[in-house]
Design a protein around this ligand. Sequence first.
Ligand SMILES: CC(C)(COP(=O)(O)OP(=O)(O)OC[C@H]1O[C@@H](n2cnc3c(N)ncnc32)[C@H](O)[C@@H]1OP(=O)(O)O)[C@@H](O)C(=O)NCCC(=O)NCCS
Length: 188
Amino acid sequence: MIKELPKEQVTLVTQRLKLRPLHMKDVESIVDIHSDKDMALLMSDSIPVPYKTEDAVKFVENSYINYREKENIEFCITLKDENELIGVVGIDINQKDDHVTLGYWLGKAWWGKGYMSEAVSEVVAYCFEELEIHRVASHHFHPNIASGKVMQKAGLKCEGRRKEHYKKGDIFFDIIDYGVVKSEWKKL
Ligand SMILES: CC(C)(COP(=O)(O)OP(=O)(O)OC[C@H]1O[C@@H](n2cnc3c(N)ncnc32)[C@H](O)[C@@H]1OP(=O)(O)O)[C@@H](O)C(=O)NCCC(=O)NCCS
């Protein structure tokens, strides 16, 4: 059973990054990042295109409400000694089944530097070691190889493939499912 969340969302620190709560000051960076068309291609339709300021405001507002309701935790990713948002990693909490689903995105300027592997590994450790969650899961569109590697590096295992499960525009994408339970997870 997931523990009570701390009243204030914690900030996690890794070797190069800080994972802190979102602020309204992050809105502009969120809009900038989601205005890149390469980003939209890799994300589910839950991210509006075009992405507007009001979408980012709603996202930040919802992060406060969902934390309070114990439904979701969004971590804003910044470089360790800076405060600018470079991406987000979030967990949707399923209280009944005691599992979470990970979602994440990083601004294109910061891709390929190992940042998301570092951030996601830390959040998975937080889920198991602090929140005492039973299982962590995630999934990605088949062509998104980098995302699959992020999951592997955070200790999740590939659990299967849902053939042409997701229709984005005119294209049917296979979905690759990943997950790990607490008893099988090892911090890599
Ligand atoms: C997917 C994403 C989160 C990866 O973040 P990242 O910080 O660039 O990933 P990392 O640098 O930690 O790299 C993870 C692995 O993927 C590899 N990789 C990175 N980009 C790659 C690419 N375009 N193709 C193949 N492999 C790639 C890296 O080499 C690394 O593997 P390695 O450790 O074996 O070398 C980032 O590209 C992103 O935000 N994309 C847009 C949003 C998105 O796709 N979100 C996930 C939806 S499921």
